[in-house]
Design a protein around this ligand. Sequence first.
Ligand code: SAH
Length: 221
Amino acid sequence: MKKQIISFHIISIFPESMRPYADSSILKRAQEKKLIHINFINPRDFTDDAHNSVDDSPYGGGPGMVMKVEPIYKAVQKIGSRIKDQGLKKRIILFSTRGKLFTQKEAKRLVKYDHLILICGRYEGVDERVAKYIADEEISIGDYVLSGGELPAMVVVEAVSRHIPGVLGKYESLEDVKGSYPVYTRPEVFQPNKRKSWKAPKILLSGDHKKIEGWRKTHND
Ligand code: SAH
């Protein structure tokens, strides 16, 4: 069986905000094992004016600035030109508050691609022509407004990577269901002070696997 590898290409004007996270823990290991590649592309490198401007004021007025279409277009072109095997599956995603809600099901759907190009917006958002002509889809990670697409990018990279065989070690398990069951570890009784005593459920210490399984099922929300 062919080893599954996903290349994430993250288009952002703040790559430094994501590098420490991408280079820690599970994502770090996944990169070392060459199960994923995380590649940052800065639209600022694709500007041709003296100020390297990636944003401009909105047509029609209103507050804030809007990310320009051209540097993003050029960044996407550059990524495309680097992908040698054109038979590989790629998907271009724009992070947007108006996008489709990202769920575990969506993460599983995206694991099927070889290249995921993630476009991070900033300021008041991104010129709508990016959504209309460049991106294949728009994703929102939740019903709240963040300052940029960088946290959403890390959320998607991690949630998708967890579905690649070999990314999770034996100490982390793929929890498919939201909520899962409550877990406890030593000590059996924790006493934050003399009056309080916080206990782990006895049944989990019983060694009776059938009962434990039953308890976990009933405590799964
Ligand atoms: N004015 C916009 C907010 C822009 S926030 C509005 O009210 O909808 C700037 C950028 O952050 C967005 O372009 C998007 O790329 C990103 N962003 C903010 N919140 C997000 C969320 N919940 N999910 C995905 N991306 C988000």
